[in-house]
Write a protein that binds this ligand. Structure first.
Ligand SMILES: [Cu+2]
Length: 308
């Protein structure tokens, strides 16, 4: 029941994680006690009232008003108790503090994108300040996803064409796993990211560092986190071809023609993937990257070009 992880539950690292756990344990233990009591009574009655003689007829049973009242009143109180307790925790989790720091989250096949008010965009790592409420405004670019941080006990569906939100306050610095927890296609299980909870000062420093203009190759490397579910950079084919060691080589296309894997091919592949489909692959690269800025495309081209 402590705030450290156990075989049952992961570490409890947000302000309301312990309340969620307390409610969970209460329901768990009352259910366990009731289950044992019911089974024990059943076994006892089976043995106690076992028919021993073929001709015996049981005595007629007379109701006990007190017993009946008890099994109506006690469970009702128990259930209402759990309801009121649960509703209280639910309200807390669903009423975001007005001073919460807001981060926009975009779910896409198969990556999480985090956008900060300061104009910073991040993939695969979501930096948050410890001890300050953080609100996530979430949206999906394609299909249904669900955003889950077990250590914070928060989970919310992420839906196209509509915002959903959740909030939390991290209690201690650390790295906590983010999962997509709604099946969203082939690489659903690879749709991972980390929460990196840091002190206010470290958070401000991180924002400042990210806001600086990165050299193109570094910017490209950062952006590439959203491509990594489909493209390896170690030569192995995933959903899409590996992108390392390709620059300057010939690329056979599905329509039988051959093009050179150069800057323009990379650019075209990102902006309009269906226009030139690599041989042996399905044309399933998302079209959504056409909204990338010229600078971002430059960065990705520089990064892919440099991949050995
Ligand atoms: Cu997903």
């Amino acid at each position: 029941m402590g705030d450290k992880g156990s075989i049952w539950l992961p570490d409890a690292m947000s302000t309301f994680a312990n309340e969620v756990d307390a409610l969970f344990w209460f329901v768990f233990w009352t259910s366990t006690v009731l289950f044992i009591a019911v089974v024990a009574a059943k076994v006892y009655f089976m043995l106690r009232y076992k028919r021993t003689d073929e001709t015996s007829v049981p005595e007629p049973v007379h109701e006990s008003k007190l017993l009946e009242a008890a099994w109506i009143v006690v469970p009702t109180i128990l259930v209402l108790f759990v309801f009121i307790w649960g509703f209280d925790v639910y309200l807390k989790m669903n009423t975001d503090p007005t001073d919460a720091y807001q981060i926009s989250v975009m779910g896409k096949q198969w990556a999480w994108e985090f956008e900060y008010a300061e104009g910073v965009t991040a993939f695969s790592e979501m930096y948050v300040p410890v001890g300050r409420p953080v609100k996530l405004m979430m949206n999906s670019q394609d299909v249904l996803h669900s955003f889950f941080i077990p250590a914070f006990r928060v989970k919310m569906d992420v839906i196209p064409n509509r915002y959903t939100s959740l909030w939390f306050e991290a209690t201690e610095p650390g790295e906590y796993q983010i999962f997509c927890t709604e099946y969203c296609g082939t690489t659903h299980s690879g749709m991972l990211a980390k929460v990196v909870a840091v002190s206010e000062e470290d958070f401000a420093a991180w924002i400042a560092e990210q806001s600086q203009d990165l050299p193109p190759e570094q910017l490209g490397e950062q952006l590439f986190a959203q491509c990594a579910a489909c493209h390896a950079v170690d030569g192995s084919a995933k959903i899409g071809p590996a992108l390392n060691g390709r620059f300057g080589t010939d690329r056979k296309l599905a329509d039988g023609s051959t093009v050179t894997f150069d800057e323009n091919y990379i650019r075209q592949s990102i902006l309009d993937p269906a226009s030139q489909v690599a041989e042996g692959y399905q044309p399933i690269m998302p079209a959504g990257y056409s909204s990338m800025s010229a600078k971002q495309i430059d960065g990705l081209v520089a990064y892919i070009k440099a991949l050995q």
